[in-house]
Design a protein around this ligand. Sequence first.
Ligand code: ZN
Length: 70
Amino acid sequence: MFSCAVCEEFSMYNLCSDCRVIRHITTLNGKKRVLEVLENIFQRSEDKQDNKIQIELKNEIENRKCNLKK
Ligand SMILES: [Zn+2]
């Protein structure tokens, strides 16, 4: 057994299954973008989080549209 390098829970691998998903998302979107979204959403009071989530979802949809056009 290992301790997951990110969350430190016990795992069969050096990254647990949840943190592997997080790493995959980071690989697809870039570390800076993932960090930006996490900071924008989680470093706010709960009432402001809903607004920010809506804005981030809108940004993601726009980014996908732009990528499809390329
Ligand atoms: Zn983990």
